[in-house]
Ligand binder design. Structure first.
Ligand code: HEM
Length: 482
């Protein structure tokens, strides 16, 4: 990060990390946009293969199939590709997550998440008296993640494997070690944790196949059932089985990967969102004023999640949290030809790496993007209103309203990567973050306890994703009386 800052951002930088790994680091927003707009020419296949081998422990015999698929991610296969439709694994995966995490599926999933979280919070906090907890992050891991997993993957996995959450977080803790390719003899407990989680996922799949039909992915089929959970999980089994080469171990690795993708970044983000609201009562009250008109039902007890996620300040806090608390490196490779990066030649096969954090902290770039208003306060600090602008809609006799805007920030705000492979879970993640805030603070009162230290983001996770807090944040919670 320091090297990137010293180097400046206008030119791509060739980084030699050891004798074999050379990559081009890209920090200039225009270059970043060129990379993401070139999804047709740049692939993320080498990164996918690396994760399958080193993080997800996919069986060796399936890797050549992922490698051989040269048909691209678009619905129409690349010219010259002979990959059969059923083997177009990169397209099948991408199209399933893009379709089944958006539109009406997103609404169903988000509503499910809110209702499950509501239930889980109610059973975790049953008292109207203050109850003290030593660690806010652990509390959110056990309530929010449980709800995220149940809404996406069903309730059977949690019922049948009561220690699933601790298995998952143990694996998650070791992710930076696996990505550094440390061998088993050096980190035996990390390898044990991963094997245990893989075994659990495989056993959940077997049980779900006995009780549910994964081919029920049509428009009349249920959005959610307890065994596989959402339609997305059924669809992933369906096409994987149709390949004929994805066995039970390969499918377990894939869904362990999805469990990681859908929780590993989310939980740190939820933590920082909630923590900012706990630290600043004025901010918390302003956010709650935006929640109020989104409560439906007779007793105004039901959260309208889709409406909630369009409120300006809630969105601004969401975007600001991700800007500061996510540090990911997104990798692309030109497999066919050398790549022209705004006049710089990147040789074929050499990874191009986009670091999201420097772009989120680069004041010059934000000004050049026409968003000088966003950097009135230093990008190094949290500013809840950073993404608010004056509304363009004039309402007579009314004070100018604020609205949320990301205009111009395509090369600066990148927590979800970009281009064709941009995070397909981003809409759900947004609804989960904002929904978790709304439920926690409308149903309960929460206060920080004295004596806790200001948590710092854990840079052990740079540049892998969401930065969890270092240090425990003690707090107390009670049910609201009305
Ligand atoms: C705050 C939370 C999240 C952050 C910051 C985040 C970030 C990212 C990033 C940076 C990528 C790589 C994108 C690229 O290469 O351009 C990614 C990929 C992915 N994310 Fe997320 N993500 C989050 C939540 C989620 C959730 C909730 C889900 C699922 C429900 C999800 C599912 C995925 C999947 C399946 C991929 C792989 C897509 C592919 O390779 O085609 N993510 N995410």
């Amino acid at each position: 990060m320091e090297t990137l800052k010293e180097h400046g951002d206008s030119q791509p930088m060739l980084v030699k990390a050891g004798p074999f790994l050379h990559f081009t680091a890209v920090t200039d927003p225009t270059h970043i946009q060129t990379v993401f707009r070139s999804s047709k020419h740049l692939s993320s296949k080498p990164g996918t293969l690396f994760s399958l081998r080193n993080l997800l422990s996919s069986p060796a015999h399936v890797i050549p199939h992922y490698d051989a698929d040269d048909s691209g991610m678009a619905a129409t296969p690349r010219k010259g590709s002979n990959t059969e439709q059923k083997d177009r694994i990169h397209y099948l995966q991408a199209s399933a997550v893009q379709k089944l995490l958006s539109g009406q599926h997103l609404v169903a999933l988000s509503e499910k998440f809110v209702s499950v979280l509501d239930r889980n919070l109610a059973s975790a906090v049953s008292s109207s008296e203050w109850v003290e907890h030593p660690d806010l992050y652990a509390f959110l891991q056990s309530t929010v993640s449980r709800s995220a997993i149940e809404s996406l993957m069903g309730s059977a996995i949690l019922d049948r494997h009561p220690d699933l959450l601790s298995q998952f977080w143990e694996f998650d803790y070791s992710v930076p070690l696996f990505l550094r390719c440390l061998p088993k003899w050096l980190i035996p407990s990390a390898y044990r944790a991963r094997s245990k989680l893989l075994k659990t996922v495989k056993s959940w799949h077997a049980h779900a196949h006995e009780n549910s039909d994964c081919s029920r992915t049509g428009p009349q089929d249920p959005e959610w059932e307890p065994y596989f959970g959402s339609k997305l999980l059924r669809r992933r089994q369906e096409y994987a089985i149709e390949t004929g080469w994805m066995d039970a171990d390969a499918r377990a690795s894939e869904d362990m990967g999805l469990m990681f993708a859908s929780n590993g970044n989310l939980l740190p983000a939820v933590f920082w969102f909630v923590y900012e609201a706990l630290k600043d009562s004025v901010l918390r009250d302003s956010l709650l004023r935006e929640v109020e008109p989104c409560m439906d039902g007779e007793g105004k007890e039901k959260v309208d999640i889709m409406k909630l996620a369009t409120q300006p300040l809630l969105q601004s806090v969401y975007a600001e949290t991700l800007r500061l608390r996510v540090a990911i490196a997104v990798t692309r490779v030109s497999e066919q030809n050398d790549f022209n990066l705004g006049g710089y030649r990147v040789p074929k096969g050499q990874p191009v790496v986009v670091f999201t954090r420097p772009a989120g902290l680069n004041e010059d770039a934000w000004r050049k993007a026409g968003r000088g208003g966003c950097v009135k306060k230093s990008l190094e600090e949290f500013w809840a209103e950073r993404f608010l602008v004056d509304s363009r809609k004039e309402e007579e006799g009314q004070e100018k309203r604020k609205e949320f805007s990301m205009e111009g920030l395509a090369g600066c705000w990148l927590p979800y990567g970009g281009g064709q492979r941009m995070c397909p879970g981003r809409h759900f993640a947004k609804n989960e973050m904002i929904g978790a805030f709304a439920l926690l603070f409308t149903r309960y009162e929460l206060e920080l306890l004295p004596g806790g230290q200001e948590p710092k983001p854990d840079l052990r996770w740079f540049p892998i994703g969401g930065l969890p807090p270092v240090g425990k944040v003690p707090f107390r919670i009670r049910k609201r009386s009305t």
